[in-house]
Design a protein around this ligand. Structure first.
Ligand code: G3P
Length: 217
């Protein structure tokens, strides 16, 4: 499973890109509004440091304006993915932009039928929001499993990009359900490595090695 960072903050992203484990980035208008930097500057910096897909979301509501905004965003760098909302206009924009050779991420997906429509519109990525479904009393992971089944039934190449991922259990469940990608808030990405038995085990190894009086180098 590929791991993306869900952030529009170039500094925060740079620190984690250094691990070599970040496959891409997703941004949205709320994340962009939280960053002090102008959107285009932030996206330019992020695209330079991340080799993979960087989702940049349109803010227009009509297909015609989404296409214009998407084309402008795509000029920032070759790894920009244009992100559109799951509305009829968003799907029309997706069809047009993907037909013109752009990569497109269809966001705010909350049902398998919406995911089916996005795949038919040529989406490169579909973004189901699992945490927000949990918030509303559903099981967000059911959506990932159902989309996986639908896409596999018809060999759609649209990748499932699990979004609104809130905790480590979500990440594990996404990987087990066959999501292609999970996009994680930076703090969640950092937390994935933590295990007290790793720390305890390493401390014991170091202590025993020190007692042996040897060195490798
Ligand atoms: O990737 C979508 C994400 O930013 C939304 O997350 O936690 O606001 O539902 P959340």
């Amino acid at each position: 499973m590929k791991l993306f960072l869900d952030s529009a903050d170039p500094k925060e992203i740079a620190a984690l890109v250094a691990t070599g484990l970040i496959d891409g980035v997703t941004t949205n208008p709320s994340l962009a509004a939280k960053t002090s930097m102008p959107l285009f500057d932030a996206l330019r910096q992020i695209c330079e440091m991340v080799p993979g897909s960087v989702s940049a979301e349109v803010t227009a509501l009509t297909a015609k304006e989404m296409i214009a905004e998407g084309e402008k965003l795509a000029k920032i760098a070759s790894n920009i993915t244009i992100k559109v909302p799951l509305t009829w206009d968003g799907l029309m924009a997706c069809k047009h932009l993907s037909g013109a050779g752009h990569t497109v991420n269809v966001t705010l997906c909350f049902s398998p039928n919406q995911a089916l429509l996005a795949a038919k519109a040529g989406a490169t990525y579909i973004s189901p929001f699992i945490g927000r479904l949990d918030d509303a009393g559903h099981d967000g992971m059911d959506l990932i499993r159902e989309i996986r089944l639908v896409y596999d039934n018809y060999s759609f190449s649209t990748e499932i990009l699990a979004a609104s991922v809130r905790h480590a259990t979500h990440v594990r469940a996404c990987a087990m359900a066959g999501a292609d990608i999970a996009t994680l808030p930076p703090a969640l990405f950092r937390s994935l490595i933590q295990h007290p038995l790793t720390d305890k085990g390493l401390a014991a190894f170091m202590e025993d090695w020190k007692r042996s009086g040897q060195s490798i180098l």
